[in-house]
Structures are given as C-alpha cells and as structure tokens.
Design a protein around this ligand. Sequence first.
Ligand code: ADP
Length: 557
Amino acid sequence: MRGLMQDVGLTLQMVTERVGELYGDKTVATKTAEGIRRRSYTEVVERVARLATALRQLGVKPGDRVGTFAWNSDRHLELYLAVPCMGAILHTLNPRLPADQIGYIADHAGDQIMFIDASLAPAWQQVPPVDSIHAVVVMDDVSEHGHDGAAVLPDALDYEALLASGADHFAWPRLDEGDAAAMCYTSGTTGMPKGIVYSHRSSVLHAMASLFVDCLALSERDVLLPIVPQFHVNAWGTPYAALLTGASLAMPGRFMADPPSLATLVAEEGVTVSAAVPTVWFGVLQAIRAGAVDPAKLSSLQRIVCGGSAVPEALLRGFDDLGIRMIQAWGMTETSPLGTVANVKSTLAEDRILPARLSQGIPAPSLRVRVVTDDERVAPWDGSTMGELQINGPWIADAYYDPQAPQGRGGQDRFTEDEAGRRWLKTGDVAVIDADGYVHLRDRTKDLVKSGGEWISTVELENLLVAHDKVREAAVIAVAHPKWGERPLACVVKADDSVTTEELLAHLGEHVARWQVPDDIVFVDEVPKTSVGKFDKKVLRQRYGDYQLPADHLPPA
Ligand code: ADP
C-alpha cells in the first residue's frame, strides 16, 4: 500500500515563500566600505521577484546557467533565491582560482550570464573570453551609491539598474524537486576542478538537516555570519538554512579576511553563530593576541562551525578559553557539504569527549559513512582500521558534471554501488571510524606518507606541531627516500624566532612512534594556501619534492 500523503516537491521556492511570509522583519546586513547596509527579508523577497523578471527579460530560461563571481552579500543572496526559483541554475565561481581555471569552469558549465562584484572586475578581466556568456552584470560593492556597470566592465549592465527594470511580480514556474538548482566546482586541491550539480531537493534537505539541534542547531533566534564564501559550496549551505528558519544574516562583503572588520560585524549585528575554515579562526586568535581585536566585541558569538581542513586542538582550546564553542564539521563540495559533525553524544565517557570534538564527527541524519580498506573490505568501527572514507545520502553527489556524457553524468570511477544497490561516493579521504561512530580523518589519499610500507598521517603531525607554542603553522609533505620510499618533511612557520629543529623533532618524538617523526624541518615564511584557505601541498611538493633529507636522521624503526 502506498502512503496517502500529499506529494509536495522540496524546492527552494519553499524557502523564498516561507521567509517572505513569516520572517519579513528579519534582516541581511552587508559590510561595505562605508558601513553596514541592512535590508529586511521582505525587501529581499520583493527584490528577488524583480530580479527574476529582469532575468527573464534578459532571456534566461529554465535550465540556463547564471554565474556569480562575488563575495558574500545581500545581492548574492538575492541571486541564490531568484535564479533557482525561476528554474535556472546558479553557478557560483571562485574568484581566487587562477584566471585560466575560472575560464575553464565557466566554459565547462556553459554559463550564459555572469554577475560580478565591481571589486572583482580586475580579476574577471584576466579570465579568457567564455563564448557562452552573453551578458555581464556588475554589482557595485565599491561605491555605495552605484554607478554605471559599463564604467567598470565594458558593455556590462548595473545590478541596481537591472532590478529597477524588473516588475514587482513574477509567476514562479512549477518545478520538479529533482531539477538542478545550483552548480559548484571543487576547488581543485588535488586535481582539475570537477562540477557538482545540486538539486532543489538536495538543497532543501541539506538546509533542513542543518537546523537539527544535533547537527548545526541553527535557529530563528540566531544571527549567522557565513565567512565561508558563497562561492565555496554555497557558503556550506548556511544561507538557505538561515532563510528557512528565519535567522538574520550578516555578510562580510569583501572584508572576509579582515579580523577587525569581522569583529565589528559580530558586535554590531549581535552575531551568535559563524562558519569558516581554521585559517580564518587562527587569524582571529592572532589578531586578539596582537591587540588588533578586542575580544569583548565577540561577546555575542556562541558557536563557530569550523571545517574544510582539520581543526587542531590548539584552535579549539583557544576559542574554548573565549567561551566560544567550536564545532568541527567535515564535508566536500560533493557532499553539499555537510557530511559529519562533531557534536558530543551524551553517552560518551569523559575521556572520549575531547577526542570526539577533535574528530570529524558522526554522519548528519540520513547520511551513512563507511571505510573501505585497500583490499576492498568494509572496515570495522574499531578506531584503527584505516581505509578510504565513502559516503551515501540524499545530498551526496552521484556523478560529476560532464557535458559530453549521457545526462551529464561523468566521473563514474569515483562512485560505487554495494550489494543492496546503495550508491557511495569515494571521498579520497583516508579515515578510521571509532566504536561510537565518530570519523577520524587521517589524511587525503594523495597526502599520506608511505614509509617502508607503513602509512604516516601528515594531519596528525601537523596538529602536534601547531600545539607547540613556538609554531604558527605547519604542513607536512612526503619526500622521496631511496630506502623507505617516502619520508615526512615538515614545513613550519615560526611563532617564535628561537625555535629549533631539534626542539620540534623532540616534541613530536614524545607523541608519535620514532619512525613517524619527520626527517627534517624547513622553516618557511608562510604555508602556501589554496583559493579556499587550505594548505596547498601541491606547491610545497613542487618546491621540496627533491629535498635532500639529512643522512644522520634516525632510520625508521
Ligand atoms: P577540494 O577538494 O578542492 O579541497 P573541497 O572544499 O570540496 O575542495 O574539500 C573537501 C576536502 O576538504 C575533504 O575531502 C577533506 O579532505 C577536507 N576537509 C573538509 N573538512 C575537513 C575537516 N573537518 N577535517 C579535515 N579535512 C577536512
């Protein structure tokens, strides 16, 4: 017998309607050069209708790709709603990628219109021409009063002028929940960017799950500051979650890397929850320690969602000391991105609490994870059997976008199916799962060091190094070794000039087996970062791949 319930599609139109009807007096605030611009959600929803009519006049049809090249702002939020709700596909591009990659991505996705922040116009001008793009719209984030888009980029339209040309009412089409809503390309940490296509259904379910108390616990009472860029996996889906539940938003505009601006935004908007990668939060702690940020300005901030790379204990404790709870989450562009969240189960023994908070967490409701070993066995949850992490669930990618492949479904070698017909994404992350179900990431497949047939986790060594108070940043890479195949080399940024190689190797020797201690340390001014703030080990490997390790290092036992 079939269930006898109404068949209501889960589409983002639901989000737009709800926020307009119930939370019209809540606001989105955007940091600008001249202060903070606030708009009520009533105003946002009205502008979304105008934007959709204007886009229709520009010829945008269902299924067309509308690109954005922009920071986090109220306008970007309007595009988040108008584009998918009219049946078109929002494609957020990462302006920090190299120009030729941006051109490749826009061309691969078949973008037809591009919305560009004026402050990013110089970056856009470096991008090779993309044939499919027939209109460019400039969003002025430089001068508050706006000016002709064409003055910024040749032949460009101005966003506010475009909106003014739209009508008050748009007849939203009926959409299928399986239709594409948005696209995002991976940031290419381990290869060429790959396109992920989110559906309306996956986006709505992902937003709903973010609201669960045992997930990210976003609620109507919150004021959310997404520092993670809107071009990076939809700011981790947080804008849709905030709108669905009626939480106000604070957007950092082009000031997302500036701790004093972020602190001002927190203080002025009463931000309660924020989300960003560890690098950003290290920057905030350093600014506090250097006296550039008054911690009192962060007094409304209760929680931080942190992920994108491992959260070191030193960072977690730094925020614990400020009374701000850091919650680690793990995810990928392919997982929308919410995969696992490190909330503490009430049944955990006292001594399991810190390891749980430092793990990547347990899968969000409706997701499943498993670890598959090199010899294709599903690993037991014993906290020690290592293998590739695989994930299944309603907001996990089932293919990479390939315009040449049937139905665009490419990259099938990254997916697998079990006997029950369940589909699994192979994440390329190496992990163990403990008896409580917490995932502990050991490394990315490509970053692991294989020494004398044994794996060494670079993440573990990095966490131990940054726990040392004379270390600011540390990245460990594999270097070829004639006898052991590979050996670890640590690249360290000093926090204190007096620090020595011997001191750091001795510190590591207290925590890991002798054969896991790196063979040497190179001191660097800065660890190179990818466009989304992760360590760029590709660059380090190029720089130090043939580094001559000292001969006198203790051989691995
Ligand atoms: P890219 O794959 O180009 O780096 P993504 O943003 O999709 O872009 O990165 C996903 C990857 O980031 C994961 O596969 C994982 O390696 C890493 N990652 C994400 N969250 C965490 C975390 N909490 N701890 C450790 N690594 C993480």
